[in-house]
Ligand binder design. Structure first.
Ligand code: MF3
Ligand code: CO
Length: 257
C-alpha cells in the first residue's frame, strides 16, 4: 500500500478540479426531474465539464479487465446501488437517483456523488437519503491530521443508524488516479488503521441500503444492484487533509461546520 501525499500546489489544482465538479453536479441536481433520461443527463455533464476546461474522468475507465466504462456520470436509480450506466430510462415521480461524477483537470481527478429524490418520494426514501449524507459528513469531520482512519470509518458506521452498510465498496485516495490507496471502509473500529496525514486527499463515500446489504453486478458488468431490490443511497466528496479543518474540494463553500 502506498499513499501519495500531495503538495499544497497539487491540492490547489485538485481544488480547481473539485470546483468544476461542484458546479457541474449543481447543474445536474437542478436538471433532475420527472421526464429526463440518464443519457440526457450524461450529455449535459459532458458539455458542462468541457465548457469549464475539464474532461470527464469515467469514460474508458477499465479496472480488472472490465469493459471500458461508457458514461461521464454514473446514473443509479432506486435499487441500483452504484456504477449504473446512463440509459434511456426516464426518471419517474417517486424515484431516487444517485449521480456520481468524475472530473479531470490538469491531470488531477475529483470524484463526488449525490442522491436525489424525483418529485414526491416516500418518507422512508427521504430518511435513507438524509442519513447517508449525514454519515458522509460525520466521516469528513474526522479527516484531521494525526487522527486514525478507523475513526472516519467508525463515525460513518455510527451515523448510518440502522441502515445496512454496503461492505464491498468504500472511499479511497484520489489524485492523478481516481482510485489510490488507502481504501476507506464505511464501518470500523475507533483508534484502528493508519494515521491520516496532511496532504492526503480522500474520497469519502458511504452507501446505505433500506433492506439487505447483499448486492451483485448486473449483466452489463458495471451496474451494481441490490439483490433484494430494496432502495440504496450514495453520497461522496473529495476532501484534502490540511493542518486545520478538512478541505472539501468538491464543495463550493467550506465555511460553517
Ligand atoms: N465514485 C465511484 C467510485 O469510486 C466512481 C466510479 S467510476 C466508474 O467507485 F467509471 F467506475 F463508473
Ligand atoms: Co469514488
Amino acid at each position: 500500500m502506498s499513499i501519495i501525499i500531495k503538495s499544497e500546489e497539487e491540492i490547489e489544482i485538485m481544488r480547481e478540479s473539485g470546483l468544476i465538479n461542484a458546479e457541474v453536479r449543481n447543474v445536474l441536481y437542478h436538471t433532475i426531474e420527472e421526464g429526463i433520461s440518464g443519457i440526457e443527463l450524461d450529455n449535459i455533464a459532458r458539455k458542462e465539464i468541457e465548457s469549464r476546461g475539464g474532461t470527464p474522468t469515467f469514460p474508458g475507465y477499465s479496472p480488472f479487465n472490465k469493459p471500458p466504462y461508457p458514461g461521464a456520470i454514473c446514473f443509479s436509480v432506486n435499487h441500483q446501488l452504484v456504477h449504473g450506466i446512463p440509459s434511456k430510462y426516464i426518471l419517474q415521480n417517486g424515484d431516487i437517483v444517485s449521480i456520481d461524477l468524475g472530473v479531470t483537470y490538469r491531470n488531477y481527478v475529483s470524484d463526488a456523488a449525490f442522491t436525489k429524490g424525483v418529485g414526491v418520494i416516500s418518507k422512508k426514501a427521504l430518511d435513507l437519503i438524509n442519513t447517508t449524507k449525514n454519515a458522509m459528513e460525520a466521516g469528513i469531520k474526522e479527516l484531521i491530521d494525526g487522527n486514525f482512519l478507523g475513526n472516519v470509518s467508525n463515525a460513518i458506521e455510527i451515523h448510518a443508524k440502522n441502515y445496512g452498510i454496503i461492505r464491498e465498496y468504500g472511499g479511497h485516495g484520489v489524485g492523478r488516479n481516481m482510485h489510490e490507496d488507502p481504501h476507506v471502509p464505511n464501518y470500523g473500529s475507533k483508534n484502528s488503521g493508519i494515521k491520516i496525514q496532511k496532504g492526503m486527499v480522500l474520497a469519502i463515500e458511504p452507501m446505505l441500503a433500506l433492506g439487505s446489504i447483499e448486492n451483485h453486478e448486473d449483466e452489463d458488468q458495471w451496474t451494481v444492484v441490490m439483490t433484494d431490490h430494496s432502495l440504496a443511497a450514495h453520497f461522496e466528496e473529495t476532501v484534502a487533509i490540511t493542518d486545520d479543518k478538512p478541505y472539501i474540494l468538491t464543495k463550493k463553500e467550506n465555511n460553517g461546520e
